[in-house]
Design a protein around this ligand. Structure first.
Ligand code: ARG
Length: 506
């Protein structure tokens, strides 16, 4: 059989007919693969260098392969490399590009000791790792914005809710920093997903490894991986790193959706506690007065689409037999979708939070209006009168019940005084005023992690340091990836200048 084969496909040797057009259209993956072209070229460069270093291909052939791959890379970077659908996927496209440039004799040598099975999962891991870093940086931006806003409002009282009912007074800074705190765990989850993503499956070949004496450490280093997925069968057949990344993204989206929900609620007329910046809200085509928190609503809904992508991937992974199965091709579209969705959410969310206006007056009004200080009144009786908490809960509960019937609040000090006195508790008007004042309520919280302004300021600072640490970590990891790319490039330049590979550090 000639090197060109009877049929168009590079794998066409054993076939007696070309792939039907319908079957090609059904199975080709160039749309999703267009995201991993740079990775596929870098992976091919590293593989070729390793093959030559191990004496599996000649240095002359390596030079020709690298020359063509560099050309492919320049074409790609200039936006001129379009994947041909009839070539099925990115791997075949890059290989055909190489064969056309270097000829089948030399071009045909690149795929020694390699399979699309280990290639595709290598490319996916390389692409995903960078996206995870980008998302962590965007989460850090959101955290910083939340913390900046929180720092301005450690003494701004608002109602804290349980069951979406007024519970106890908190500060707006406490509310906002709470979201930054949750996002710190998302940082950790994405960092953990990164750790299991940035491992090199290349060299697993189709499933069993290879009878060529390759050096997987070289490709691992050249491609910036932190380690190897050693077991070849596991390396090509597993996508739990994709499921793990999607889980981390789904949980991140869940956390952001909780803030989104609050922005929708708190910006309503009924709450009136915040105003969404005009640039992040939209109007109604019929009702001229409307201002809708559409960005927050869409965030809420798109969180569901990310859950869907996670389910989609888990469902295709479930019960898959060992080794590569074509089902695995279906991992990338949902992964890209989830990454893009989170990315776009963060892009709008951070400036929206930055620009939203907090209505401190309305927050204070609501914090006083609906008995949010009742717990503090019970706590006062426990502290000052030495009564059991349950007894005080009962006393204040009866007081509140009567005030509600009378259409009064805890701010009706004289009536509060009378009703407490009827239950045997004598308080001065000053004491009552002090106990139910929402600002004083914040000040009285002393426990670690409470809404007390000093506690909140401390937590804002602590979270700020965590975010700064995240930024340093991200810079170091990005630098490591750039170094690997630069290392590969140095070797390429060296070889293209006609110098021997033995002079290169691997
Ligand atoms: N397009 C495939 C994927 O995304 C690449 C690997 C195909 N391997 C194969 N033997 N057909 O998973």
């Amino acid at each position: 059989m000639s090197d060109e084969g009877k049929f168009k496909k590079l794998w066409g040797g054993r076939f007696s007919a070309d792939l039907a057009q319908e079957a090609l259209e059904f199975s080709e993956s160039t749309a999703a693969d267009s995201r991993i072209i740079a990775e596929d070229i870098w992976g091919s460069q590293a593989h070729a260098i390793m093959l030559a270093e191990c004496g599996i291909i000649s240095e002359d052939d390596l030079g020709e392969i690298l020359r063509c791959l560099q050309e492919a890379r320049s074409e790609y970077e200039a936006g001129r490399l379009e994947l041909r659908r009839d070539l099925e996927d990115v791997h075949m496209n890059v290989e055909v590009y190489l064969r056309e440039g270097a000829g089948p004799e030399i071009g045909g040598r690149l795929h020694t000791a390699r399979s699309r099975n280990d290639q595709v999962v290598t490319d996916t891991r390389m692409h995903l790792r960078v996206r995870l870093l980008d998302i962590r940086a965007a989460v850090a931006d959101l955290q910083e914005t939340l913390l900046q806003r929180a720092a301005q409002h450690t003494e701004t009282v608002m109602p804290g809710y349980t069951h979406t009912q007024h519970a106890q007074p908190i500060s707006a800074g406490f509310w906002l920093s709470g979201h930054a705190s949750a996002l710190q765990r998302d940082q950790q989850r994405i960092a953990a997903a990164y750790q299991r993503t940035n491992l090199c499956p290349l060299g697993a070949a189709a499933l069993a490894g290879t009878s060529f004496a390759i050096d997987r450490e070289i490709t691992t280093r050249l491609l910036g991986f932190d380690g190897i997925v050693e077991h070849a069968l596991d390396a090509v057949g597993s996508r739990d790193f994709v499921a793990e990344a999607l889980s981390a993204l789904a949980i991140l989206a869940t956390n952001i959706s909780r803030l989104a929900e609050e922005l929708v609620l708190f910006s309503t007329y009924e709450y009136g506690m915040i105003e969404i910046p005009d640039a992040f809200a939209s109007g109604s085509s019929i009702m001229p007065q409307k201002k809708n928190a559409c960005i927050a609503e869409l965030t809420r809904a798109r969180t569901g689409t990310i859950f869907g992508r996670l389910m989609q991937v888990l469902t295709s992974l479930k019960a898959l037999p060992s080794g590569y199965n074509r089902d695995l091709q279906e991992d990338k579209p949902p992964l890209w979708h989830a990454l893009d969705t989170i990315d776009s959410i963060l892009r709008v969310f951070t400036p929206m939070v930055q620009g939203m206006v907090l209505n401190a007056e309305r927050m204070r009004e609501l914090a006083s209006a609906n008995f949010a200080a009742a717990t503090e009144l019970a706590n006062f009786l426990v502290r000052e009168r030495g009564l059991p908490f349950r007894t005080c809960h009962q006393i204040v509960g009866e007081l509140v019940g009567t005030l509600i019937k009378e259409g009064k609040t805890l701010d009706d000090y004289e009536r509060v005084q009378e009703l407490l006195s009827a239950q045997g508790q004598q308080l001065t008007i000053d004491e009552i005023a002090q106990v139910v004042d929402p600002t004083a309520c914040l000040q009285r919280q002393v426990s670690l992690g409470s809404t007390n302004p000093e506690q909140v300021a401390g937590m804002i600072q602590g979270l700020g340091s965590s975010v700064a640490q995240t930024r340093e970590e991200l810079a170091a990891v990005r630098n490591q990836l750039q170094q690997a790319r630069a290392h590969t490039d140095q070797i390429i330049q060296h070889v293209l200048a006609g110098s021997p590979l033995s002079e290169c550090e691997m």
